[in-house]
Each structure stands twice: as structure tokens, then as C-alpha cells.
Write a protein that binds this ligand. Sequence first.
Ligand code: BGC
Length: 744
Amino acid sequence: MPTPLARTLLPGLILILTLPPVAAQERAAERVEALLAEMTLEEKVGQMTQVTLTAVAAEGDHPRGGVLLDPVRLREAVVERGVGSILNVLGASLSLDGWHELLGEIQRLATSETRLGIPVIYGIDFMHGANYTREGTIFPHNLGLAAAFDRDLVRRAARITSEEAIASGLPWNFSPVGDVGRIPLWPRYYETFGEDPFLAAEMTRAAVEGMEADGRVASTLKHYLAYSGSDVGRDRTPANLTERQVREEYLPPFRAGIEAGARAVMLNSGEIDGEPVHASRYWVTDVLRDELGFKGVVVTDWMDVIFLHTRHRVAPTMKDAVRMAVEAGIDMSMTPYDYAFADLLAELVREGTIPESRVDASVRRILTMKVTTGLLDAPTPDPAARALFAAEASRETARQAARATITLLQNDGVLPLRRGARVFVGGPAAESLTALNGGWTYVWQGTDAFEFPDGVPSLLDAIRSRAAQTTFVPGATFSEPLDIEAAARAAAGADVAVLAVGEDAYAEWVGDIRDLTLPEAQLSLIEAVQATGTPTVLVLVQGRPRTIHRVADRAAAIVMAYTPGMEGAEAIADVLYGEHNPSGRLPFTYPRHPNALDTYDHRYTQTLDTGFDRGRGGFDPQFAFGHGLSYTTFAYRDLLLDRQQVGPGDQVRVHVTVTNTGDRAGADAVLLFTRQHYASLTPPVRRLLGFRKVHLQPGESETITFSVPVRRLAFIGRDGQPRLERGDFDVMVGDLTDTLRVTP
Ligand code: BGC
């Protein structure tokens, strides 16, 4: 039960939601101020502390789908320390009942046994659907979603994710990832929306819109900033980038997500140009708050205040680390096991190093999130919201999403398969549900297959249900050869071989690699099967582009499936058998060689072939950004600009007509690029300016219009600010080009 004070502050979520926005904001602010005025320093630093579930859970075994709390440790965290937030799961996901019981227990303590009755806000990593609630809807990871080039799809997936979070009773999601995937080695590449800053920004915006639409779930943009820009491609390693690059390549999704109303930001555990982001007043306060206008909660990532002292070594003591992080601008520390942060922060305030007003500013933001998510009014999960969970329509959206992501990279005509064909299936991903779903699926690493619901088909199952005759020999694990010869023998007797290869699930640093090449065991398997002469279809189930140049040319078809999620197997089979016409396009450049990691928006000098007799030089990827085939064909005509000359404040309309020139219905992602002829800093050879997905019947045409603000033609100058330079710009769709002149 709420305390008397909390009760007097309860104007009701319904009231807040029905008030006009400004009035609702004022009312929320009043409630926050009333609480803040009552709080002691200890209560305030408690609100700024976030611990993980392990810190309050009982040791030993837990019932499947549930968590046993340790009453002593829970009381310490919630009552004595008054922590603002708890996060995470233990080893595995919880059932809906499990979540309701857990949250019920935590909130009962928080609301009835603390002085002010402020509920704890529980944070969760629902990264691709309700991946920590048993039987939750699981979508493809972001990289695949980006390949669909469909904002609405991303918005709908995020909305469903938020509904299932509400059903679980979870008001705070640590998603979406706004990191831009510029370096494919990076083990969190699949969490990104690909390599293009504009695409990533548009998708991040859509994800935030979907996640925040209901109001009861706060989204988190992470990991601000340039986390994915590591030099060496390993998790949590430094990004030695210029500020110009950071702003050009990594900032746009965060800007877009803030505009869309994200209520939280999680910081990058790494460092930019020698400065750990958690200690950077420049990036966290000057840029994030003052320049981008972010008003929500800044939460640290896992242990990152401690790491300023123990890993980054910019803080000689833990107390320095706390001071630096708070001075940089954090609001909440994911400590996540202890209370040193709170103790040291209180000490810093008492001795006058940090003004209490600074602490108040953070607590105000944290309480605002609690008020605006409705947590103060409805701290425990709403039993009625269970109806939102795992609806059939949500699963259908996941299936649509999985289909829309699949990208046909190569096809000599072997696809779509005939149902009567005898199919050999091999490769380590053929029977693997963990590979299809990737990390962050029921468990952090996504590797515990026993956690998966019963009856989810593997790719092998999905092919078997369609093929007249199927033989299966795996031939290799993800890293080791098995019975490669047996696989080749079986393949020799088939009409077609489908090899599902790639990567098993991983998350964060556990997925660090030192070589982007597809592991040797899998390459050997592919070569052995190809040597039989049976046409070979490669299905790539992977979170990043593992290089395949040794086997690509001899593949009859190559299908990029990314990590398509729980509906992935059926979606891949739908594409293989032509029940779905693929329309995905690569949201990144697929490298041919592991050391040739140019992005599509490279500089002209990167295209020059200076290889002489050392082999192919220049820009020569396996597959280009935006590449993706269909079972039909599309043609573009009549690229028209509504004006040839524009000023900086103008908007230009670009029209182009797309026709389905084949004999099947299909969808096409129309990509609009631009190229600046001359600029004061070397212009990239291309930049994505717009994208639109169109669905066309055979013979049907549609004229689409992109409205582009001219300021989007700007690049970031040396001063870190956008520069729009006058001159000529090519505007390109497919092979069509027109020129636009920007005048002052
Ligand atoms: C990850 C975050 C995640 C957090 C909480 C960290 O290790 O970097 O993305 O939100 O853990 O689980």
C-alpha cells in the first residue's frame, strides 16, 4: 500500500494521460518537486543507484521461470538503501507469472516499507522483442530489421515489444541501440541498424516512437556515443576518432532518438579519443544535454563508474571515479552489485565537493521517469495487461519482419526451389535455434536451447515440411569439422544442397573475434559440397558479415538471413521456396576480405586500384551496401527534381517512377543517394539521402517522392558543426542521376 505521503501525491495516471501535454508535464513536475522536497541525501543517492537482480536474489537454484529473492539483501537494497532501480534477469528469462511475483514483491517493500513509498523502476534488455519473458515474441535483431528498409516495421516491432514489457510489468527498456555498425568485427554489430548513419537514425527514431507510444515504457538510447567505433573491433575498446567523425558517423541516431522522445540514454563503456565517456563532461553534458537538449535519465552501463578507476585508470580512487562520473553528468549508476557509489556520492556532497543541487537534478530526472511511465500510480504489474502478451498478431508481425529482412545476395536461378527437388541440408545452423535468434534470447548469450519454447521449427524442419525428399548431415559445427565426407556423399545424391552456415549466438565481448573469415571448418564443408557439382545454396545465419570469398563464386545462391528470430526458419524457407519474394537489402557493405573493411560512403581514394600484381585493389566488396535481389525485376525511370537550384533553407522534391517489370508481385526498397562534386573536406563517393519501400504487382508502376531538406546535404566541418557548401550534387537512384545546384 502507498504511504500516506505518496497517497496525497496520487493524482492518478489517468489524469496525467488525459491532461493536455503541457498541463500533464506541469502536474508531473509538481509531483516530482513535492517528493524531492521530502527526501534526505541518503534517499537521493539511493535513487541514483541501480543494482542487478543477483544483488537481491537468493543464492542457489531458482524455480524455472521464477526468482527466489533473498529477504535480507532485498530489504537492504530496497528499504535501507532505497535503490532507484533494479535490472536484469539471473541466468534465464522469467515467465509472466515469475515477473509479476518478482515485481510484486519488490514493489510491496518499496511502497509500504520505505518512508516515501517510491517504487523501484525495473530495467530490462528487451533487445529484439520480449526476449527475457518466456514465450515472448522474438523479432529479428536490428541489423536484419534494417535490411527491410521499412520504418513502419521497426515501429510496429518496438510497439509490440513495449506491449509485452507492459504485460510483464517492466516499465523501462534498455533499447534501442543507436550505435552505427561501421566495423563488422564488433561483436555487437547485429544489435545495430547497419553502417549508414542516416538509416540507423531513421530506424532508431522509429523504434523509439514505437516503444514510447503507449507511454508506460521508457526507451533507452544506447550506447552514447561511438561505442561501435572501436579501432580494433573488440567490445569496450577505445574509439580513436576525430570529433568530426564522431558527429558525422555516430551522433545522428542519438539526435533522432532524442527528437522522438526517448526518456533515457545509456553511456558507452568505452572511450573516445582517450576520454572514457563516463567521465566526459563534454560528451555527456555539453553535447548530450546542452546541445541535443536531452532532458531524460542518463544511466551508466555495467560497472562503468568502477571501471573509471580499475580499467580506464583515469580515476586514482573509487571516490574520484564517482566524482568524475557525476560531474560528467550521469544520473544513475548501474553499480550493479554494491553501494559504494551511493556512499561515496553522499560523502562528496557532505564535504562540499559536489553540490546537493547537482544530485537533485539527477533525482528529479529519475522521478520524472517514474511519474511519466505511470509507475508511481501503478507500481505493480497490471494483470489485465497480460492480454497484450504474445498475441497471435504479434507473432505474425515477427514472421513478416523475419521475411522482410531476408536478403537474397546471389542467385543463378536455382531459387526458388521446386517442391519436388531432393534437398540435401547441412551446416551447423540448419538445426540451431540459438543461431537463428542470436544473443539476448532468453539468456544473455542466447545459447541455452533448452530455454526455447517447444515446437519452434529449425531451418531443417521448415525445409523438410516443404521438400519431397530431404537428407541431412551437419558436416561441421560452427568451429569444428564433423563428417564432411559424409555430408559431401549425401549432397552428391541430391538435386540441390542447402548449407546453413554462420555463427552461433553470442553477446557482447563473448563474441569478440580476431578474424572475420567464416571459420575454416565451415569453409571446408562448403567446398566439399560444392565439389560434388550439386548446386549449393548458402544460407548465412550470422550477426556480422563473415567473409566467404573462397566459396562465394561457386555458390548457386547466397541468402543472408542475419539473426531472424523465432520465426526465422519458416521465413527463410518461405524465401527458399518462393512463398515469399525477398526484398531485403544489405544495410552494410559485405567485405570480400577480412582486412578490407571499407564502408559504402568511403572516399574516392579508397576506390583506386593500386594493386599491380598484388591482386585486386581498391574498393571491391563481396556485396555492396543496398544490394539485394528479388524473384521479380524492377526498373527505375523519370528521376526528376522539382527544382535544379536550391538555397540552404529549401526543400527539394525528388520523384522517381518504379515499375515491377517481372512476373511476380514484389517489394523494392528504393534508395536515394547523393554525391557532392567538390567540398572543402573530401566528400564521400555516396551518401544515403532517403529510402522508401514500395510493393508492386507485376507490371505495376508507382511514382514516389522524396522530400529532402537541403540542409541534409551538409557535412560536419572541422569545427564539429554542419557545413552546407554551395556547389553541385548528384542525386541518384539506381543508374539514374540528376544534378542539383546549391546556391548560397
Ligand atoms: C550492456 C548493455 C546492457 C547492460 C544491462 C551491459 O553489459 O552493455 O547493453 O543494457 O549490460 O544488461
